[in-house]
Design a protein around this ligand. Structure first.
Ligand SMILES: N[C@@H](CCC(=O)N[C@@H](CS)C(=O)NCC(=O)O)C(=O)O
Length: 205
């Protein structure tokens, strides 16, 4: 059994998608964001003193782990699925996982901050980050033109890592009309029951 401390954000959804796709049983604890550490659940703070979500406790193996990418990779390796051990597919998986967790997230995060907390920022700054994110989506699109999934012909942890961010940036993707292969991939990955369930965690209160 696992305990997942989470919130309805793309980082939280990465963890719940992975648990659902792997068919693992877990309890969900919804954490209020933007609060001070003293009002966060004590079990969360004990496991992860920063109090950030997602944080996962694996009671079987006595493991507490935070950082969405680390949680995803941990679960895939624990279960022996959606991750590769042979050098060539593993290299592709790590390359595309890095692309998601560094390039894509470094472009999408400012768009979120500007759109929610800094709404009076001049439009050209938002346009800069949107253009940068679109350039990255076009790189993923070129990859998906030649491969069914990011790391090759098999779905892996990198696809599940990209999905929530690409899903919430659909308006940008659809407006650009320049990433048909990414749109095909979005429809296919989004249709998976595990992804659908994982995206709905935590349930509305
Ligand atoms: N790099 C981390 C980011 C974790 C993170 O910053 N999570 C945010 C929510 S998405 C959080 O818990 N912030 C604390 C707060 O707002 O109280 C990951 O990939 O999991």
């Amino acid at each position: 059994m696992f305990d997942l401390y989470t919130a309805p954000t793309t980082n939280g959804m990465r963890a719940s998608i992975m648990l659902e796709e792997l068919g693992l049983a877990y309890r969900t604890h919804r954490v209020a964001l933007g609060t001070t550490i003293d009002v966060k659940p004590p079990e969360l703070v004990e496991a992860n003193p920063a109090g950030t979500i997602p944080t996962l406790i694996d009671h079987r193996d006595g493991v507490s782990i935070s950082q969405s990418f680390a949680i995803m990779q941990y679960l895939c390796e624990r279960e022996g699925r959606f991750s590769f051990s042979d050098a060539a597919p593993r290299a592709a998986m790590l390359e595309w996982m890095s692309f998601v967790m560094t390039d894509i997230i470094s472009a999408t995060h400012p768009i979120f901050v500007l759109g929610t907390h800094l709404k009076d920022t001049p439009a050209h700054i938002l346009a800069h980050y949107e253009a940068r994110l679109l350039r990255y989506f076009e790189m993923a699109d070129a990859r998906l033109a030649r491969n069914r999934y990011l790391a090759g012909q098999e779905i892996c942890v990198a696809d599940f890592a990209l999905y929530p961010t690409a899903h919430f940036r659909r308006p940008l993707i659809e407006r650009s009309n320049s990433t048909p292969h990414l749109e095909r991939w979005l429809a296919e990955v989004g249709d998976r029951p595990g992804v659908t369930r994982g995206m709905a965690v935590p349930a509305d209160e």
